[in-house]
Design a protein around this ligand. Structure first.
Ligand SMILES: Nc1ncnc2c1ncn2[C@@H]1O[C@H](COP(=O)(O)OP(=O)(O)OP(=O)(O)O)[C@@H](O)[C@H]1O
Length: 245
């Protein structure tokens, strides 16, 4: 455990590959691991995901992995660990607080697994007709911005503020990107990712409806030209939160 912590500190990086000194197994002195971590208020490292896959690791899966409170994704696939796995790891995985991959046959990436898990939980109607979009935006009354897809309008769905992005025919991002964004957001939910409220995929009109984000465009708050520019600590935290999402 100590060696893992030391290795992580030495990278001074929140993402990447590090070399791990695997204690207690002379056959496998080092392993390449992918990790994603950030820091708590006291500067201590919090590991969110750990990818130990395909490192030919043997022996017991260390108990301390179950004590990493922030760990959400643990990929142990493609090793030769002794069974059973630590009971606490299995309990967390069963409870849903940890995505654990151990079998090669389970296949797929962590992202695919997370999406799969969401698919099991979220079947609800999110498709809107164009006339519903017209009603949601009060006939496109309030344009709040424009981006890669086209114009963005403010609206409301069931008394909740929403932002409606209309895919314009001249947009730099086409129907493929539109479909990819909708498909992904339908399945993926994370506190740091703006959630999808719905979409419209009529033959002539395409729209994506998101939850409304107050306080304007983040870009304005991040750059020095802003009158209320945020502190560097705050900006770094926002960067880490966005990357986590
Ligand atoms: N969910 C939202 N809540 C509030 N305002 C939003 C929301 N989404 C977009 N906007 C507004 O619309 C503007 C354009 O957003 P949009 O995401 O289309 O452009 P972008 O940031 O250039 O991204 P991209 O090029 O990937 O589409 C934003 O700057 C913002 O003012």
């Amino acid at each position: 455990m100590l060696k893992l912590a030391a290795a992580i500190w030495s990278t001074k990086s929140t993402y990447g590959l590090i070399k791990l000194n695997w204690q207690g197994d002379p056959c496998v002195p080092q392993a390449w691991v992918g990790l994603n971590c950030n820091y708590n208020a006291h500067g201590a490292v919090k590991i969110i995901s750990l990818d130990l896959s395909y490192n030919k690791l043997t022996g017991n899966v260390p108990d301390f992995l179950a004590r990493l409170d922030n760990l959400r994704i643990l990929n142990l696939t493609g090793n030769k660990f002794t069974r059973p796995l630590p009971a606490e790891l299995l309990r967390k995985s069963k409870k849903g607080s940890l995505w654990l991959s151990i079998e090669e046959s389970s296949g797929g990436s962590c992202l695919e697994a997370l999406i799969k898990r969401e698919e099991d939980f979220t079947p609800r109607k999110q498709q809107f007709t164009f006339s519903e979009v017209v009603a949601v935006t009060n006939n496109f009354q309030n344009e709040i911005g424009s981006g890669g897809f086209g114009k963005v309008y403010q609206g409301s769905v069931e008394n909740k503020q929403v932002a409606v992005k209309m895919l314009s025919k001249s947009s730099s991002q086409g129907y493929k990107e539109f479909q990819a964004e909708v498909k992904l957001l339908l399945k993926l939910h994370h506190k740091n990712i703006t959630s999808l409220v719905g979409y419209c995929d009529d033959s002539n009109h395409k729209a994506i409806i998101y939850e409304f984000m107050d306080n304007g465009n983040l870009k304005k708050h991040l750059f020095d030209g802003s009158p209320n520019v945020l502190s560097w600590e705050r900006r770094l935290q926002i960067g880490c939160d966005a990357a986590e999402g």
